[in-house]
Design a protein around this ligand. Sequence first.
Ligand code: SAJ
Length: 416
Amino acid sequence: MNSIEKVAVIGLGYIGLPTAAILATNGLKVVGVDIKQDNVDAINRGEVPFVEPDLNIHVAGAVSVGSLSATTMTPAADAFILAVPTPFNADKTADLSYIEAAARGLAPQLKGGELIILESTSPPGTTQHLADYLLGLRPDLSLDGVNGKPILHVAHCPERVLPGRVMIELVTNDRIVGGITDEATELARQLYHVFCQGDIHLTDAATAEMAKLVENAYRDVNIAFANELSIISDKVGIDVWELIELANHHPRVNILQPGPGVGGHCIAVDPWFIVSAAPDESNLIRQARETNDGKPAWVIDQVKRVLKDAGSNAKVAALGLAFKANIDDLRESPAVEIVRQLSQDLSECLVLVAEPHVSVLPRALTSLANVELVETERAVREADVVLLLVDHNEFKEMDRSALEGKSVVDTRGIWR
Ligand code: SAJ
């Protein structure tokens, strides 16, 4: 195929928009595609519809010089990058409907010779499924030139950037690319080489898919270990953060930090794709998920325990809703679930939520009469019990004297 000059990035979320912006600021013509008209309009004004450090500079710059634009209709392009969600179904299998919808959007634009990259986190076999699905829509094309049919090059290239550090990690992280064919792998390598300064490792599509899942399952298992330690430490009456700090002085020990549970759209989801691919073999991975998913209930019990002393119509300040520090992302956030459950279980208590990164409560909490979003200072001042859920800088830097005389449940260990 000819060199890639125009790229369509489908799905302008936390991964798609940064990827579109970094390609556009590295000399390519990029069109971003999203079903949300409001987001498309915002991007075309050079604005970013969510919080991610430095992304706004890239988007505003690329839009102003005309190398990045957004639309709701997939255009023709030399390469397509799919960065759409892959949530899980009720039975924890992957929901591929967004990938299929993106494929239906781009199929009419294909002429043959295009590179199609799946970036969405996916169970093994999904890239092949995408290729087969596209050929089902476009039987005049092929993956290998059989009967002289024009070729589609399909590859998987999982993203591995950490929310909050996306614009740095997009450039500096190593990448894994795995094509359905060797030619697809090579073309994908060339595209990522445009902006990626890390090493680009080549493999097949299914191994690339599994590599991403395994990275997140590795982290999930290690966070589950920390969370289990926090519950054990509470039972035996020791400070888990001191315990971990001391154990981590060992040269080959690096225990992660306990928290209120694991959130976000990656670590709380991806391990299930491994479990569903090999249910009988994935015992440790499943148990880690269950341990981390069980942590919010344990935190709620802790709050109820201290509330017994504070009285039945006490006020609780819940500090933080995001799934981790210094971002506005509430997806799969254990903090949201804890607030929701607390407000239901303790209907006579008022829960004053402080989340400096959002201006409205998420839908899961809006209908709850005893939950209010307020400034941090007011939440803490009025509360009898202060429940710290997210280690945002604003909370770390808070004047500790405001906590005097209050019961504190600190799930992140920032006020030790
Ligand atoms: N967490 C803890 N204790 C820790 C570390 C994290 O409780 O010691 C919690 C966080 O509070 C949060 C959750 O785990 O609720 C996940 O946070 P994270 O910072 O570990 O990861 P994510 O979900 O923001 O991003 C992960 C990253 N994966 C790995 O580090 C292996 C990132 O590189 C991936 O690109 C991203 O998933 C993704 O998109 O898959």
